[in-house]
Design a protein around this ligand. Sequence first.
Ligand code: CP
Length: 315
Amino acid sequence: MKNYLTIDDLPNLDNAVAEALTLKKDPYKYNNIGKNKTLGMLFFNPSLRTRLSTQKAAQQLGIHTMIMNFSNEAWALEFEDGTEMSGLRSEHIKEAAAVVSQYCDIVAIRAFASLTDKESDETEKVMHNFAKYASIPVVNMESATAHPLQALADAITIKEHSTIKRPKIVLTWAPHPKALPHAVANSFTRMVQKLDAEFVIAHPDGYTLDPKITKSTPLYRNQEEAFEGADFVYAKNWCSYTDYGKVLRTDNSWMLTAEKLKNTNHAKFMHCLPVRRNIVVSDDVLDSPNSLVIEQANNRTFSAQVVLKKIIENG
Ligand code: CP
């Protein structure tokens, strides 16, 4: 594996999950594999989990880290080819990516969607230009359309908490006052489609995800119907994809509550965090023993550790 830009870059999801669970039992087993190697972590957006878990993963493999809040500490980047750079952008991606490649052995990047221009967001300008102009592997720490480190952590968590061979997994839209990207929902969907699981998505009108992602996954407009018999319920807000970037509703009728989970198979609750309490999900669900959110955050370390290890092993 050279780059980790989407969950599809993993050669085999089941093997990656198994390897992560082995690493979790003995996190420092390969603490020499990254000796004298440096991971550059470039953040165009804020983070708690991704930053600390990826740094921790690197540390457990013996990799040094260099972290930069690119959006406010670095020169503003130009991405257009052949442009006369007379505006506010001081540095071209060609030089920036080549220069970062001199100092680092791997570069990890977080660069969210603009949510104003669907076509531009879907080109994954930041991630793909780094992958094009850097001479080192690139890891996606959440881009415009994908969050594959989160999806791998979610796969690890589902594996750990599955009590039956073929669980029912529901991804449900939930309310949020702000427009949020599709990255988590997209990568979770692509990941669960690879599992031996029954998978359905529930969302209100106007919130259909990219059909290139959902493919033949059943889509429900009735949340409680979708929840029937569920073993895992993953709540996430995303803005409208068709009416791109818009928040079409803010009422609480899609908020996840304990009452709505009554017809599930004692479903485990999942969310990538950060989560807005009593907007996305009620306290009684989030604080219940069935909530896996802290386990998911813990598994971000082993998700990143597997990815970094595979990249180093690839040479
Ligand atoms: N889930 C996740 O990516 O969290 P952060 O935005 O805090 O990194």
